[in-house]
Design a protein around this ligand. Structure first.
Ligand code: PGA
Length: 250
């Protein structure tokens, strides 16, 4: 059955000292409920974060990885490298990777395959831009992002996938999709997966919402039947806010 998840994407924030401090604060602040908690510090702080969260229910995950196993890819990190320091989950397809680093659906399909081939779990991000929503294209955009990057996968691979619907216009802007807009899209996502695979696959996949989730809007968004939690950017950099979002599941 699908899980409730609250995942913090720290992006390019927090040096090692700040990482240690935030983890110490989270250990104090996080509620214990049925939600899985994930945090995604930067690459250089992953090993330290794994060490500092040992014995807690906080899973440390990566923000990105390359699809090749090794070789002449300066500046890149492979699945095997992540696994060797205890990372089992990777975020792929974040809109900032797509917009600033040229990640296409085709590249993402390769990255997803590489992660799954290595037995990792993927938090796969996708979502429409503002002009696409305004012109009523948002369902088509989301459908094609899913199709191009994920629909070649066998049904069995979907137990390793978590989806994160993140409308680009709501990321870091303070503008959140309404709970009803999130529910509408999440239901569409599940329907699209059911049509391609089966109701069983669609029902078991966790679908997170991301985009300006804060303590004051989390419970309404998470209360929707097809929303299984959130991928949190800005508010994950502060233990009070992140724990304030996690209690939305209590
Ligand atoms: P935000 O970021 O919560 O700061 O809007 C969400 C994300 O980019 O995953």
């Amino acid at each position: 059955m699908r899980k409730n998840i609250v995942a913090g994407n720290w992006k390019m924030n927090m040096n090692q000292e700040q990482t240690a401090q935030l983890i110490a604060d989270l250990k104090e602040a996080m509620p214990s409920n049925d939600a899985s908690v994930m945090i995604a510090p930067t690459f250089v702080n992953l090993a330290k974060a794994v060490e500092l969260t040992e014995g807690t229910n906080i899973e440390v995950i990566a923000q990105n990885m390359h699809f090749e196993a090794s070789g002449a890819y300066t500046g890149e990190i492979s699945a095997d490298m992540l696994k060797s320091i205890g990372i089992q989950t990777v975020i792929l397809g974040h809109s900032e990777r797509r917009a600033y680093f040229g990640e296409t659906d085709e590249i993402l399909a390769k990255k997803v395959k590489a992660a799954l081939d290595n037995g990792m779990q993927v938090v796969f991000c996708f979502g429409e831009e503002l002009d696409e929503r305004k012109s009523g294209e948002h369902f088509n955009v989301v459908e094609s992002q899913l199709k191009n990057a994920l629909f070649e996968l066998p049904a069995s691979a979907w137990s390793q996938i978590v989806l994160a619907y993140e409308p680009v216009w709501a990321i870091g802007t303070g503008e959140t999709a309404s709970a009803d807009q999130a529910q509408e899209m999440h239901a569409f996502i599940r329907k699209t997966i059911a049509a391609q695979y089966s109701n069983e696959v669609a029902d078991q996949v966790s679908v997170l919402y991301g985009g300006s989730v804060k303590p004051n809007n989390a419970s309404e968004i998470f209360s929707k039947p097809d929303v299984d939690g959130g991928l949190i950017g800005g508010a994950s950099l502060n233990a009070e806010d992140f724990s304030g979002i996690a209690v939305a599941f209590s």
